[in-house]
Ligand binder design. Structure first.
Ligand code: ATP
Length: 511
């Protein structure tokens, strides 16, 4: 039965939580009603994930109270208690075990709470139907999860929560790894759950998503809830004002100012006849000094492999070479050859591909520049410290001490440390795979300005992005991938949301 409108599914009052000297929450309150999508917005490090962890029973607040359904906070001490109270959460970091089957992944943590009386066969049938709805097809449920793309894995994490049939569904940046089609399908499902009375907490740094979905928005700033805004009763500027405390975004360059002269500009890298998939058309590509080349397409059409090929990854029987041109042509046949030639790479999946969780913030930052800080046999950490401080200021990284573990940082700030690592290494070529994933709107503007500055100083940048506006705003040209090959190359003057989306779907003029 659908509960009455405005029935409160979840109520949190004056939550506070500290980790040592770091105050993650400092007075955070939130009401989530039945049948509403309630967005929680705030800058990186403002406390969103900490709030989510408290509501999911992963952490206990130091002070404050919360009630979920009929369960007062005293009864929610562990994740299992929150599940029993009807809360299912999709966490920011991907929680999938690569070595076990898709079906086993979907059941992780469910038993014995939510399988209830549904038999294994019934669960399998439901899993299939949820995945079909979210993906448009069902992957092999018995196959290992490692065969799935990042977007498919993220979809499985969402499916796992939906299978729990929650009264409150919490999505902490759950859309950041989804391709456009999966995101649209998820939104259809969320709208249906809303109409059935589920209370949904939705966290995203993408304002277009928040605009599309949210009935209300609670804004967190420095761990405190500073406003709750009703749909239709505020402007984007109001929202940003509440998030940042400032009247406008930091000045970012909205557009590339310098147009490159394609003939005279020096080529820094060239790819000849590289087949990134066995039967795909070979890719020919020349990268010029100081240009920003965007890479786009529907998820899984070869963009990731293209970036990896530029970073020296050899694809099986693929022909062709990737060379960096200076006085000599140097083949780039491995990641170490790429690093030695001044190529930096920021992967999409930071946790598994770029972070060293057992190391400190400073060590994570310094791994590519240690030789500069070594004098004889000694490592001069004070130099790394100074360089980190400088870069942290540029990217507005929020941290306590740089000797804290990297895992103590919020997700967006971890991403910024990885970016800072490469910026500090003064690369000639920077390869970025979805660099603003999980980064707040203000920090995005800072990063855009920084990328333009780098390009203007001669660094060549190749950037894959799932945010179309980002490609329109920043790129000098965009390579659109379909089926493992470049299907179209759009020049700056042709770039718009429409031309890009059309070309993703193979519409418009082909190459
Ligand atoms: N385990 C921890 N130890 C120390 N500090 C922590 C820990 N967890 C969170 N913090 C700190 O609490 C603050 C809030 O972090 P939180 O992850 O909740 O932010 P967030 O709003 O989710 O950020 P993002 O948008 O980057 O994901 C940050 O300053 C973070 O460094």
């Amino acid at each position: 039965m659908t509960p009455p409108a405005h029935a409160v599914r979840l109520k949190a009052r004056s939550l506070r939580k500290s980790f040592g000297a770091s105050k993650a929450l400092q007075g955070c309150s939130l009401d989530v009603r039945a049948g509403e999508i309630h967005a929680v917005c705030g800058e990186n490090g403002s406390g969103k994930s900490t709030l989510v962890k408290i509501l999911s029973g992963v952490q206990r607040p130091d002070v404050g109270e919360y009630v979920i359904g009929d369960h007062p906070d005293g009864t929610i001490e562990r994740p299992r208690d929150a599940l029993r109270a009807g809360v299912a959460t999709v966490f920011q970091e991907l929680l999938m075990v690569d070595t076990v089957s898709v079906l086993d992944n979907l059941q992780l943590g469910i038993q014995p709470v939510a399988l209830g009386d549904s038999s294994p066969a019934e669960f399998r049938r439901r899993a299939q139907s949820v995945l079909e709805e979210l993906l448009g097809y069902c992957p092999d449920l018995d196959g290992a999860a490692e065969g799935l793309s990042l977007s498919e894995k993220q979809t499985c994490s969402i499916a796992r929560s939906l299978l729990r049939q929650p009264d409150v569904l919490i999505l902490d940046e759950a859309t950041s790894a989804l391709d456009a089609e999966s995101r649209d399908r998820l939104f259809v499902v969320l709208n249906r759950l809303r109409s059935r009375g589920v209370g949904i907490v939705f966290i995203s740094h993408r304002m277009d998503e928040v605009d599309e979905l949210a009935d209300r928005i609670t804004v967190l700033r420095s761990g405190a809830s500073v406003a709750t805004l009703e749909r239709g009763k505020f402007t984007r500027e109001d929202l940003i004002h509440h998030m940042t405390g400032a009247d406008q975004l930091t000045a970012g360059t909205s557009e590339r100012q310098n147009q490159l002269d394609p003939v005279s500009t020096h080529a820094v890298m060239r790819m000849r006849g590289v087949r990134i998939r066995e039967n795909s058309y070979p890719v020919d590509f020349t990268l010029r000094q100081g240009e920003i080349v965007g890479v786009g397409g529907l998820d899984g059409h070869g963009q990731d492999e293209f970036l990896l090929a530029l970073w020296g990854h050899q694809f099986g029987s693929a022909g062709g070479v990737v060379v960096l041109e200076d006085e000599l042509e140097r083949p780039i046949t491995s990641a170490s050859a790429a690093v030695a030639s001044g190529i930096g790479y920021v992967p999409r999946e930071r946790r598994s591909q770029a972070l060293f969780p057992a190391l400190t913030i400073r060590e994570n930052f310094g791994v590519r520049t240690l030789e500069r800080d070594t004098v004889g046999p000694f490592l001069m950490w004070s130099r790394t410290h100074l360089r980190f401080e400088h870069n942290a200021k540029k990217l507005n990284i929020k941290f306590g001490q740089d000797t804290d573990l990297i895992t103590t940082l919020s997700g967006g700030n971890q991403q910024k440390v990885i970016l800072a690592r490469w910026l500090a290494s003064h690369p000639r070529v920077l390869i970025l795979n979805d660099p603003t994933r999980g980064i707040d709107i203000n920090a995005k503007r800072d990063l855009y300005a920084l990328l333009v500055e780098l390009a203007d100083s001669g660094v060549a940048i190749v950037m894959n992005s799932t945010e179309i506006d980002e490609l329109v705003e920043l790129a000098d040209r965009v390579l659109v991938f379909r089926e493992g090959a470049v299907a179209r190359e759009l020049q700056r003057e042709e770039l718009s949301r429409t031309t890009l989306v059309e070309s993703f779907f193979g519409m418009g003029r082909s190459r």
